[in-house]
Design a protein around this ligand. Structure first.
Ligand code: PGA
Length: 258
C-alpha cells in the first residue's frame, strides 16, 4: 500500500482525477467503481469540467459501491441519484452506463448475486475509488465485516448513522440498512485508490497506514491488495508516524511507502 500526502483537498481531487484518466486511457473497456460521500465530490466536479477531453469515456462503465435501503426513489441522498447528479449527468452519460445496486429489488439476495454476476461479465473493476468512514468502513463494510465478504445487505454501525444524521440532505429518518459491495468484492478490483481529507479522518488514516490488518478497521484489508494507494490531505495525514506538516515541509506532495 502506498500513501500519498497532498497539501490540500484540491490536490487530492487532482490525484484522483489523474487515476481516472489513466484508467480511461489504458484500459480497453474501463470499469470504474465510484464512491459517494463528500470526499470524492471535488474530484467529480474536476472530471465534469474536463468532460470534453476525457479519452475513453465512450467505452467506460461505472459501478456503484453501495446504496441505502429505504429511501424514496427520488431522494437526493440515494447514491444512484448522487452519481447521476455529480458524474453521469455532467459527463453526458445515460443510466445504462452505471451498474446500479437496486435497493427496491423484491429479492435483495438475488439483487446482490445479479450485481456480482454483472461485475464478472465486465471482467471486474479496473479502478475502484473509495472514501473511508471515521470508523474505518469502506463501502458500508462496518467494523467486524469479514475480509472475504461479498455484496450483501448490512446494518449500519451506530457511528455511521450518527455521521449520516448531519450529512443527509432530505431523509426524515436516517437509513439503518444498506446494500454494499463486500470487502472481498472490493479487493477484486485491479487498482484501488482511497481518498481521505480533513482532521476527522486523521485517527483512522493513522490506524490504516501504521496499524496492522484488523477486522475492527475494515479498510485495513486493503493492506492485502497489491495495488492500493491512499491519498490524504495534510489534515487527514496529521497523525501518521513520521508525518511532516506543510508548514515545516512545504512540498506539494510526498510519498510514504509502508
Ligand atoms: P465522506 O464519507 O467522504 O463523506 O467522509 C466517507 C465514507 O463514509 O465512506
Amino acid at each position: 500500500m502506498i500513501t500519498l500526502v497532498k497539501n490540500h483537498h484540491g490536490l487530492v481531487a487532482d490525484a484522483l482525477v489523474a487515476r481516472v484518466r489513466d484508467a480511461l486511457v489504458c484500459r480497453s473497456n474501463p470499469v470504474i467503481g465510484l464512491a459517494t460521500g463528500r470526499t470524492p465530490l471535488l474530484a467529480y466536479a474536476t472530471l465534469a469540467a474536463q468532460s470534453r477531453d476525457l479519452p475513453g469515456l465512450d467505452r467506460a462503465t461505472f459501478v456503484m459501491l453501495d446504496e441505502y435501503l429505504g429511501l424514496p426513489t427520488d431522494s437526493p441522498d440515494r447514491f444512484a441519484n448522487v452519481l447521476r447528479k455529480h458524474v453521469l449527468g455532467p459527463l453526458g452519460l445515460d443510466d445504462s452506463r452505471l451498474v446500479r445496486l437496486n435497493p427496491d429489488a423484491a429479492d435483495l439476495g438475488l439483487e446482490c448475486e445479479r450485481f456480482e454476476g454483472r461485475l464478472r461479465e465486465l471482467g471486474g473493476v479496473d479502478l475502484q475509488i473509495l472514501g473511508i468512514g471515521t470508523n474505518g468502513h469502506i463501502g458500508f463494510n462496518e467494523p467486524g465485516a469479514h475480509g472475504d465478504s461479498r455484496t450483501r445487505v448490512v446494518r449500519l454501525d451506530d457511528s455511521t448513522i450518527a455521521d449520516n444524521t448531519s450529512a443527509l440532505i432530505s431523509a426524515d429518518e436516517v437509513p439503518r440498512y444498506a446494500i454494499t459491495q463486500g470487502l472481498g468484492t472490493i479487493l477484486d478490483a485491479k487498482e484501488i485508490v482511497l481518498a481521505a481529507t480533513g482532521v476527522s479522518k486523521a485517527e483512522i488514516i493513522a490506524e490504516l497506514v501504521d496499524g496492522g490488518v484488523d477486522e475492527k478497521v475494515p479498510a485495513s484489508v486493503l493492506r492485502h491488495h497489491p495495488n492500493t494507494t491512499v491519498i490524504a490531505d495534510q489534515d487527514a495525514a496529521g497523525r501518521l508516524i513520521g508525518h511532516v506538516s506543510e508548514k515545516s515541509h512545504p512540498v506539494s506532495s510526498m510519498q510514504v511507502s509502508r
